[in-house]
Design a protein around this ligand. Structure first.
Ligand code: CA
Length: 225
């Protein structure tokens, strides 16, 4: 899964990121409310973990703005504010769950599972996506072309999953960058182009025409014809 962690405390963000990565998830961290909100609004994540006391914009406002914009992404609040009123307020503003800090990582995993199960019952979101000759199983993290498994790094998988989520749609470099590396990257970096090059080598084989089309000056899109 692609998980957005909105948390200003570096120690906690690191702890979450390390644990979730070990479980096979892909994480992006936003260190303040505004950055987190803009990433979540782009709508390319499967889950948001949201702290409440954040610089810039309070977590409450992040959550409310998302729900007001009809962004129904699963969202779990992780907060040190542990009174019953805080918990009730959090759930009322549209969070799917509320965990008080400190919490155990095992419990967080269990709550994530529950929230995702509930959401997938509602949206019946598929465990695997396939687009043309490409297939990606979100559970096992297996990626294949024409049924042949191809080994990918976490970042390569994150990019191809993003492109596959909307085949034919143009993804700007900035959008790919913010979705895979977060917002703290130098916008002039060519890291996206480098990774697209690696992906092409892996998925195109000997074909002259790449499945990933370059739209000059704008970005990339996945062609499935
Ligand atoms: Ca905080």
């Amino acid at each position: 899964m692609r998980i957005l962690i909105i948390e200003d405390e570096e120690r906690i963000a690191d702890f979450l990121q390390r644990g979730l990565r070990a479980e096979g998830h892909f994480c992006v961290v936003a260190n303040d409310g505004e950055a987190g909100l803009s990433l979540a609004l782009e709508g390319d994540f499967d889950l948001v973990l949201l702290d409440m006391m954040l610089p810039g914009m309070h977590g409450r406002e992040v959550c409310q703005t998302l729900r007001m914009n009809k962004v129904n992404i699963p969202l779990i609040i992780l907060s040190a504010m542990d009174s019953l009123n805080d918990v009730i307020a959090g759930l009322r503003m549209g969070a799917d769950d509320y965990m008080t800090k400190p919490f155990s990582f095992e419990e967080l995993l269990a709550r994530i599972e529950t929230v995702m199960r509930r959401k997938s019952e509602i949206t019946s979101e598929e465990q695997s996506i396939s687009t043309g000759r490409l297939a990606f199983d979100r559970q096992s993290l297996r990626f294949s072309v024409d049924g042949n498994e191809i080994k990918m790094t976490a970042k390569e998988l994150a990019i191809i999953e993003l492109l596959m989520s909307n085949p034919g749609t143009l993804f700007s470099r900035e959008r790919i960058l913010s979705n895979v590396w977060g917002l703290n990257m130098d916008p002039l970096t060519n890291v996206v182009d480098v990774y697209i090059g690696k992906l092409r080598k892996k998925i195109d084989g000997d074909n002259a025409e790449s499945m990933i089309e370059t739209v000059r000056g704008l970005g990339y899109r996945l062609n499935i014809d």
